[in-house]
Design a protein around this ligand. Sequence first.
Ligand code: NAP
Ligand code: FE
Length: 366
Amino acid sequence: MNRFDYFMPTKMVYGQGVVREAGSSLALGQKALIVTGRSSARLSGALDDVLAVLPGEHVIYDEVENNPSVDTVMQGGALARKEGCDYVIAIGGGSPLDAAKAMAVLAVNDVHALDLYQNGWETRALPIVAIPTTAGTGSEVTQYAVLTIEDEETKKGLRGPDLFPQVAYLDPKYTESLPLGVTRDTAVDALSHLVESYLSKRATAASDLAALQGMALWGTTISALRQGTLDLEARDALLLASSLGGIAIAQTGTTLVHALGYSLTYYHDMPHGRANGVCMQAYLDYTMGVAPERVKTVLELLELDSVEAFGELMDALFIDEVGKIELTAETLAAYVDKAMQTNNIKNSLGDPVESDLSKILSASIK
Ligand code: NAP
Ligand code: FE
């Protein structure tokens, strides 16, 4: 077993009604910057719950787009500074949660967001409250914030211990307003975190605990996900599985699947979870060759007979939604090259080289 330090400082408050029950303890300061997307905070009911109990002042930034940009986090950081906010409440999917984390840094560090990647930051980020409305990224319990970097034509993660939210409020009811397509895309992101963590070189006894439990829970939702009939029990299991995925990748990071998925999102506008999902069967085939016992455990927990059955599940969830992507040999090589430059590759079992990634990607987009 690998040696490890286990660090996950986020207080998790889980269950229906937890935001209203928190009452005035929701506030971590005098004035909140509330960060969200254009609709999720309102549709989910989370914003109403927050505003019903939040003491003190607040200002709302509700312009976060999917796969947030550097410009967006610069705007939010500047707003927090101008308004004198002393903490951040993030409501939404991974996009608003990640953007809020970067804003919490920029609010107290007057630098360009791109500098954060080069030089880190000096002043500790403002404290963050995270309220997820998707069950996918696990960002509410990770130290990562993923932004789109136009200059490099990709997505890149910032990381820092102060990017772990101080408190995460998890209420499965907030995910009930998700359309089926987003429910499936985000569920598959959660699954990819659980699987990639379990198949990471950096897996430890602690990350495995979360990943194993998370995969078992995720498995209980398969037929609801297939049929598109998600009741609150299934949504409850998915939200918890998603947070367990976050806890797992906070320890291990993700692997080559996320590294390849970033180009499918950037160049083909494929939602993040789906971009991971389409690469998963070929990834499991590859990993079966280097760590068969671990891959078999994944399949058993999901009650799937084979890697092909896993692939069939991904097809069933994304059917009619994924246009066939055709890549020239040159483009494929460029995506592989980008993926090879990420740290995620170093986490992958089997020490994959370019030819392995080429095989995985070309098998995935058929
Ligand atoms: P998202 O981009 O946050 O949201 C997708 C869509 O769902 C948006 O249109 C959003 O609306 C809508 N939505 C969210 N919650 C809703 C609800 N309850 N009801 C109705 N609509 C709702 O999707 P995501 O998959 O959760 O996040 C993806 C991002 O997270 C990517 O940038 C990815 O790279 C990142 N990520 C981060 C980590 C991490 O550890 N930090 C891990 C994995 C992925 P709005 O327009 O209102 O937002
Ligand atoms: Fe992800």
